[in-house]
Design a protein around this ligand. Sequence first.
Ligand code: URA
Length: 198
Amino acid sequence: MTLKEFHAEIKDCQKCSLGRSRTNLVFGAGNEKADILFVGEAPGYYEDQRGEPFVGAAGKLLTELLTKIGLKRSDVYIANILKCRPPENRDPSREEVEACTPHLLKQIEIIKPKVVCTLGNSATQTILDKRVPITKVKAKATQVKDFLVFPLYHPAAALHQGWMRGPLEEDFQKLKEFLASEVKPKPLLKEAEQLDLF
Ligand code: URA
């Protein structure tokens, strides 16, 4: 199946109540053969209006961060955990995440990226399927199923909390080094180690 075919399959999705309030379903955008797939939390106002991910202020910062490591948006694929905007940009509910995550997993299956970069706590915890704080796992690669996850702070968080900008830029440099290296990924954290993380 291609992304286009999958998009056609889910474009009228009503698996959760956001199907009724959205303007546009934000499927994702970028290179179908990308090695890197970025995953945010959910579309905001501008994304909902345009039907494209990361087109507002956080998207502008994401584009800048990519440029600094020699990548264009068209080199990567960008999507979100939720395809539809939660009203007033509230946090996604558990039901919405459960309804929508299979869509993202299908996109990962089609694209087969080498690395899935989760942006922020929500995307990271959903993809790792663990309530692990992003500060503990950021900029470290972890094998999940048949892909690697490389968590990063969310660009929107760095816009609101200026101190995060430096660490986020450094972590993008680490991503660049990771992509260029033969470094073996760390195995998925063991159950006992995860308990220490809280
Ligand atoms: N924040 C996200 O998580 N996703 C977007 O598409 C835009 C902002």
